[in-house]
Design a protein around this ligand. Sequence first.
Ligand code: DP6
Length: 319
Amino acid sequence: MTEWAKAVAHPNIALAKYWGKLARPGNYPAVPSLSVTLAGLATTTAVRFRDDLAADLFTLDGARPRDASRVVELLSRVREMSGERRFAEVVSANDFPTASGLASSASGFAALAFAATRAAGLDWGESRVSDLARQSSASAARSVFGGFVELTVNADSAAIVAPPDRLDLRVVVAVTSEDAKGTGSTDGMRRTAEKSPFYAAWLEEAPKSYARLRAALLAKDFGAVGELAEASALAMHASAIAAGTVYFAPATLAALHAVRVLRSKGVAVFATIDAGPHLKALALGDADAATVKAHLLTTPGVLRVIDARPGEGARVGEA
Ligand code: DP6
């Protein structure tokens, strides 16, 4: 039995969204994306290879998930690239609710990629770990790095665009449901690519808005970053909705409306929404974040809010 290798990773929220994949194998995104890795929320994963296992054994938050195929696939890649031939025991825990709308697959596969390579004796740097994580879930490639991170088309690994303190950003997550989401992002993207009359327009537009957002971030222009982030999320959802994939719940729209009303009153706040019903509000500094939080908490259907801000990337060790 090997020693446990442990790693910790944090979720990230895309400001310029990844939605759609290239036709080539290996899970490469069809559009560039830019995200912020969040402090305060963490996945911790421990891996050890064992002589006495007939299959990989995966526990998430104390339970055995029904479908562990993506975890087994990552472990199989690690076995192919190392001298390790044994099956692994994997114990993973999120310190935030899996159904909170904070992509747990991103932090999950980033932590797993770090811990599994270390357990197999592979002393890989962040870029190779990010490449491995990308093959399981492309957004996970970004969680390997801290601050503002991009994953460009055809890149194997994500890369840092700016450190966490580039913007005094606050992310207020409005949780609108305690259930796990219906359609996973992989399926939602596939349907959009197959059926949406607007998918071609999304592929055309997304790289341009990513480039504008990247420039606005480097110029520390929060107003432009927020506007472009909200537009990216709405364009992504428009393309998905046209294929019949609707992630919005009534409370999602109520929260979006609340954000826009606040903005019309002069508060610099913007919204982004991922492949689920929760809304993430983007604001600058503690005072605006408190105003946004108070408004969202009184919005019908918003169950609670979670505060987050830019943070560090994944690393070996514990949370
Ligand atoms: C809406 O990374 O979960 O959160 O690569 O198929 O696992 P797979 O997809 P995933 O998609 C994330 C989609 C998104 C936008 C984003 O994070 O960029």
